[in-house]
Design a protein around this ligand. Sequence first.
Ligand SMILES: [Zn+2]
Length: 94
Amino acid sequence: MSFTNVIGDCPRCHKGKISDKGATFGCSNSECDFTISKKSIADLLIKDTIDAMDNTLEQIQTINKNEIKRSRLIFLTISLLVVCAFIAFLFFKP
Ligand SMILES: [Zn+2]
């Protein structure tokens, strides 16, 4: 068999080599039946990518929530200061 497309050692038998067999990757050891389809690898990669994107989106949303909380706090503080200044102006008008 050709070893030009070998991508690594077999994770099942640890004797054969995993090589590209067209639609699948398979073990070179004739006693081992390890094969994995490229489609299932692609599906796993897509699932992992989508999971990673979901995590990133959640993180962005958390950052935004904290940002919104901080903006509200700043707005409330400024509003309170304006109200205090207005009350002070009303009561201590020269
Ligand atoms: Zn194997």
